[in-house]
Design a protein around this ligand. Structure first.
Ligand SMILES: Nc1ncnc2c1ncn2[C@@H]1O[C@H](COP(=O)(O)OP(=O)(O)OP(=O)(O)O)[C@@H](O)[C@H]1O
Ligand SMILES: [Mg+2]
Length: 328
């Protein structure tokens, strides 16, 4: 890869399934050696984009390049640079952990003894050496996810695509998963494109792309996203409909979001004083907050990522037992 090339370049990609426009002119670059998060609610188009990048699915229009290779014209070159962890679990449960990794190495043409050495190294990285010869079905969901990360690294991948690696996992497994992701970046100089529903997980990523209904709404560092909303957020509920209308009319440029009866305005100390003088007795539940990624997401998409717990439960039902780590 030349030094100028981004790890991933996505240019105006659209994809339709029947009536659903899953991706609508998506463009962004992922610079090398960054952890880049795709954050969006169910159906935002995250997996569709991942599938286009890993050459499973062709875009209707637009282009995507992996390390300079076009996913449609040069799929083999593009694919060989990628390590992938799919949203849906994909280990063969009947095989042992080592056999799962070995097959992957064979498919990607990694010769012995390099294959054996990589398998040992990667199992060490994800702390599963003791489990190498156990059937995959005996591992917890968190451990299976870790094997999938190890598997993605058996060949010479430069770029990791992780589609919701932490969905449905308990807090401790999620934290561990992120430790490995950071180690991939710092110790192996990998680029990581990761999707998630959990907003707190993107806090430590280098850049975040907020996507909803197939459209990119914002791409920035977590800090810059937070600060787009100004210094403070003043939130309150107007006492009457007339108060609500008047406030919205008076401060259209300060409106960050309206969520049910709650209004949030971007504010500084001086504005808060003026607002209290004029509207203090016409609003309830008044409070100030420091802008967060949650509020940034809300102001961009008009809704919260509130459905995420329900999602986790749905996944639990859909994919069988997805619980905590086994203790060793
Ligand atoms: N094979 C398919 N056939 C028809 N529609 C599809 C198909 N795959 C995805 N879609 C639709 O395309 C849109 C984007 O789906 P996608 O799976 O990419 O979203 P996502 O952001 O990954 O969602 P989630 O967070 O639930 O994984 C959704 O409206 C979905 O219903
Ligand atoms: Mg998905």
């Amino acid at each position: 890869m030349s030094t100028e090339e981004p790890a991933l370049r996505i240019t105006n990609v659209s994809k339709r399934y029947g009536r659903t426009l899953a991706l609508d002119g998506v463009s962004f670059d992922v610079p090398r050696n960054q952890i880049f998060a795709l954050l969006g609610p169910n159906g935002a188009g995250k997996t569709t984009l991942m599938h286009i990048l890993c050459t499973i699915l062709a875009p209707d229009s637009g282009t995507a390049e992996i390390a300079g290779f076009d996913v449609v014209r040069e799929p083999l070159e593009a694919r060989s640079r990628l390590g992938i962890v799919f949203q849906e679990p994909s280990l063969d449960d009947r095989l042992t952990v080592r056999e799962n990794l070995n097959i992957h190495g064979l498919v990607f043409g990694v010769p012995q003894p390099l294959r054996r050495q990589r398998i040992a190294e990667m199992l060490e990285l994800v702390e599963l050496t003791d489990w190498a010869d156990k059937p995959a079905r005996t591992l917890s969901s968190g451990m299976k996810r870790r094997v999938e990360i190890a598997r993605a690294l058996i060949h010479d991948s430069e770029i990791m695509l992780l589609d919701e690696p932490t969905a449905g996992l308990d807090a401790q497994s999620r934290q561990r998963m992120w430790e490995y992701v950071r180690r991939l970046q710092t110790e192996r100089q990998l680029t990581v494109l990761v999707t998630t529903h959990y907003i707190e997980e993107v806090e430590s990523c280098d850049r975040v792309c907020i996507i909803d209904s197939g459209k990119v709404l914002a791409i920035d560092t977590p800090d810059a996203l937070r600060h787009r909303q100004g210094e403070q957020l003043l939130t309150f509920s107007p006492r009457t409909e007339a108060d609500r209308i008047e406030i919205l009319k008076r401060f259209p440029d300060r409106l960050v979001h309206e969520n049910g009866n709650e209004i949030a305005l971007n504010a500084d100390d001086e504005f808060i004083e003026t607002f209290l003088d004029q509207f203090g007795n016409r609003v309830r539940a008044l409070s100030t907050k420091v802008p967060s990624l949650e509020t940034a997401f809300l102001s961009l998409t008009g809704r919260e990522l509130r459905d995420r717990e329900a999602d986790a439960r749905e996944r639990t039902l859909a994919f069988g037992k997805r619980g905590g780590e086994h203790t060793r």
